[in-house]
Ligand binder design. Sequence first.
Ligand code: UDX
Length: 432
Amino acid sequence: MRLCIIGTGYVGLVTGTCFAEVGHQVVCVDNDIEKVRRLRAGEIPIYEPGLDVLVPRNVASGRLRFTDSVAEGVEESDVVFIAVPTPPQPDGSVDLSFIESVAREIAGCMTSYKIIVDKSTVPVKTGEKVSETIKRYNKSKVDFDVVSNPEFLREGFAVEDLMKPDRVVVGVLSQRPVTAMREVYAPFDAPFIVTDINSAELIKHAANSFLALKISYINAVAAVCEATGANVVEVANGMGLDKRIGRAFLNAGIGFGGSCFPKDLSAFIKIAEQLGVDFRLLKEVQAINAGQMDRFVKKIAETLWVLKDKRLGVLGLAFKQNTDDVRMSPAIELCQRLLREGASLRVHDPKAMDKARAILPPSERLEYVEHQDDVAEGCDALVVATEWPEFTRLNLEKARRALTHPILFDGRNLFDKAEMERLGFLYKSVGR
Ligand code: UDX
């Protein structure tokens, strides 16, 4: 198939690359000329495992190319995917102006039948609006169909999720685009679900909100575990073996973050409200998530007493492992709160330090450390803020000697509690 992807962010770039990898002819469009130049030169603007191999391979094969011209992308393709940002607004709703302007641009340059697919996460009823907009600005009056095809990929595992999807959801206003959409996804061999367009949009919001709910649920259970001396990991293991529940997304920690969950929850609450439904359950999910960070900061403050002029080593800045993304990162929020309390920080992240510097500029109270084993140097305690697996390989003996007193606050339950205590650490984690 000849495919065009508009927007080369996390979703667009991974989608376009994986489509090329399975044999489609793909043109990726971005209005950021500098980004297009870098991509053409083989530079990958984000850290996402696998892309460094897949992008050059598919560019070399001639199946993947980059341009800044929507008209060129649309002209050369049968199916046009919209994967532009839908940023949050202060009232919780999402800004759909990028989607709207891309829809108008596509409409203005279509000269033959096109299928326009919305991949960005959008509130229910956006597909209908996109369809109306294209109809209105469709200069050549050619036929078109609008499809909703939500993306479920996780950052850090995006290539894997795209190549082996749990399901492909295709929401349509008529049956006409279904055959082409099946052809696009035929190489992926995944369950293919066709729904109306509003249901497809709701599947995305409902799935993400449910996953966020699972995390808040286990975080609330963790608070009860702490109050009773129970162990939340054992509780989660015991719950997770029930097939109806499942073990995934039951890891207690300092709360969820990232560019999706916080935004999707607010947007789902907002759109429900506009439709006359007060989705209080999801408001509680947000409240538990905020409270989780408060409880962790309190735990640190109670142990160290006064935080002012204490020096803390923080492991992790990304919002989760395997990514350099720091958007809405709980780790960054934790650093900001510790700094506000007057602490000095030595911070490290395997991939996210460059992006973090833009939000948390280095200062006399904030030092970026190149190697994880050097973070503890001269610190009063260590804090684990992101679930990077490499942190479990920390040189604990070196850390123990470097710290004033061996104290470790593990916000992601990465270490074995009994082992840490055996090594002489005052070890505090979440719900254990
Ligand atoms: C999420 C969805 O998983 C994905 O399907 C959707 O398309 C986009 O949003 P992503 O934001 O990349 O993906 O990250 P995810 O792996 O879901 O983690 C989100 C946050 O939850 C992270 O901050 C992570 O640390 C936290 N988390 C996750 C937990 O605290 N506990 C868990 O058990 C799982």
